[in-house]
Design a protein around this ligand. Structure first.
Ligand SMILES: Cc1cc2nc3c(=O)[nH]c(=O)nc-3n(C[C@H](O)[C@H](O)[C@H](O)COP(=O)(O)OP(=O)(O)OC[C@H]3O[C@@H](n4cnc5c(N)ncnc54)[C@H](O)[C@@H]3O)c2cc1C
Ligand code: SF4
Length: 481
């Protein structure tokens, strides 16, 4: 596993907090909305060295453990990284992040920081803006890659073989930790390329694919093998992998099945599921499975149904595909939306409209048989349900119709049942998620571990990554090294 760095200089007594509190944030450099919707390039511009040092200097180094670190699912030592960046020690800062994270260059870009590290930052509570810890993480690790590259230290070979099924953030992080420990790792994935939703979901304007391929390159050089286009379950099963000589198996298969909207007309031409829409508009043809190569026809008026991160990504993609009017239909209010605020704000800046308290009840075809209109009803919020989220009810007689020639259903994901159906000894919840020990990812089946979205339900890159690392530590112990 990752070896700890030298003891950290925890004495920040020389820090003049009052002086630092006077430093206003310069904000984040962004491409203007009208420019960025013309292409799929990254919307946020990387901080330069001066900008990064200035923003890091705004950190007041709260007493241990700082709230930002407590709020980071990976437990990154953000305060120490800020200290190093402030002093121009960017490579050292990058290695602080690599202690606790297998993909800081990804998390720095796409964590919903406003709910995590930056949401806990005292600077954000007392004056205008928090320290932009995510952008600084992306800055330091980008600097490291340009100046020196990243090499995973590979442990002495233990003779043990681990199969990882699913090459998303959970599987990649598990692989990274296992090769460090000296195990032989093979990653299997149904898709042609590794990355999971980092490649086959999250668009380039949030996370350039090159960032993921660089991480993949590090793993290849460390000796990890990738077997793509291989759907585990029907023919190659978990049992067959054990019989083939693997000593342990990690299941990082995510939640890959789009939930459906059970209303009349939901199969009309012009209606797409979010995964299909995002993959066919955002991924190069040479990385696409054969059946997904046909281009998508995006019309002039695009409705996206749902309120998560996927919905904001679909809205922003539709704008980049040239749609004239793009709007989101969501059945609760903005406060109940599960998606990150940062993405929604950028979608709004780029021209997406949001219609809250609105639920589609029917898709209506035009004379050509394609989608032409969506019948909706108004909703109103009720009391919070068991999850704490406010329920909603339909306002009787509130039906109305909106014109739309394209609709994208971004209403959630479910797990694919194939692995649980073909693997004796696993336990699942009613929704098909795997049951596992929360600290180790161990399933009831000996030698089989799991983590990521397939355990939590659709969640975050950082939580999937952390689950992959925890499971790797448990697998290492299980293998007896
Ligand atoms: C459009 C979109 C935008 C998002 N934006 C953000 C964001 O901004 N920030 C954030 O933190 N999170 C975001 N998320 C959530 C995040 O992507 C996921 O939480 C994370 O990818 C989960 O990682 P995972 O490894 O568990 O699963 P996944 O990334 O889903 O990877 C699972 C892998 O398993 C493979 N697989 C599945 N079944 C099999 C099988 N039987 N055999 C072989 N391979 C199989 C799949 O092909 C896939 O590659 C977003 C999700 C979506 C869909
Ligand atoms: S991993 Fe995410 S939550 Fe943690 S410091 Fe980085 S951006 Fe913040």
């Amino acid at each position: 596993m990752t070896a700890p760095l030298a003891p950290l200089p925890r004495d920040f007594s020389s820090v003049d907090r009052k002086e630092r509190m006077k430093l206003e944030s310069r904000g984040l450099p962004m491409r203007p909305p009208q420019e960025r919707i013309k292409d799929f390039d990254e919307a946020i511009i990387r901080l330069d060295e001066d900008w990064a040092m200035y923003e890091a200097r705004r950190c007041i180094h709260c007493p241990d453990p700082p709230p930002c670190q407590k709020a980071c699912p990976a437990g990154n030592d953000i305060s120490y990284a800020m200290w190093l960046i402030e002093h121009g020690q960017f490579l050292e800062a990058a290695s602080v992040y690599r202690q606790t994270s297998s993909m800081p260059e990804v998390c720095g870009r796409i964590c919903p920081q406003e709910r995590l590290c930056e949401g806990a930052c005292v600077r954000g509570k007392r004056d205008s803006l928090p320290v932009p810890t995510g952008a600084l993480e992306a800055f330091a690790t980008h600097y490291e890659r340009r100046k020196k590259g990243v090499t995973i230290p590979v442990g002495k070979f233990t003779g043990k073989k681990v199969a990882i099924i699913g090459a998303g953030p959970a599987g990649l992080a598990c692989a990274e930790q296992l090769v460090r420990a000296g195990h032989w790792v093979t990653l299997f994935d149904a898709r042609p390329a590794p990355g999971g939703l980092l490649i086959y979901g999250i668009p380039n304007f949030k996370l350039p694919k090159k960032v993921v391929f660089d991480i993949w390159d590090d793993l290849l050089r460390a000796g990890v093998t990738f077997v793509g286009n291989t759907y585990i379950g029907p023919r190659i099963t978990v049992d067959k992998l054990f019989a083939g000589g693997y000593d342990a198996i990690f299941l990082g298969v995510g939640t890959t099945v789009d939930a459906s909207l059970d209303v009349p007309g939901n199969d009309l031409p012009g209606i797409y599921k979010a995964t299909d829409f995002l993959i066919r508009t955002n991924v190069d043809k040479d990385l696409l499975p054969h059946e997904m190569c046909a281009p998508i026809e995006v019309g002039e008026r695009v409705a996206v149904i749902g309120g998560g991160d996927t919905s904001a990504d679909c809205l922003r993609t539709a704008l980049r595909m040239g749609a004239k009017q793009v709007f989101c239909l969501y059945r609760r209010s903005e406060a109940e939306m599960p998606g990150g605020h940062k993405d929604r704000k950028m979608a709004m800046e780029e021209g997406a409209e949001y219609h809250f308290l609105t639920q589609p009840v029917r898709f209506i075809a035009g004379p050509d048989g394609r989608l032409a209109q969506i019948e909706c009803v108004r909703t109103e919020l009720g009391e919070p349900d068991e999850s704490g989220r406010r329920s909603f009810k339909v306002v009787e007689g509130s039906n109305f119709v909106v014109s739309a020639d394209t609709a994208v259903l971004a209403i959630g994901y479910k797990p694919d049942p194939i692995i649980s159906a073909t693997t004796p000894g696993l336990e699942t919840s009613d929704g098909g998620l795997f049951k596992a020990d929360e600290h180790t990812g161990a399933t009831p089946r000996r030698g089989v571990f799991t983590g990521g979205d397939v355990v939590t339900g659709p969640h975050l890159v950082v939580t999937a990554m952390v689950a992959g690392r925890k499971a790797a530590a448990a697998i290492d112990r299980y293998l007896g090294w």
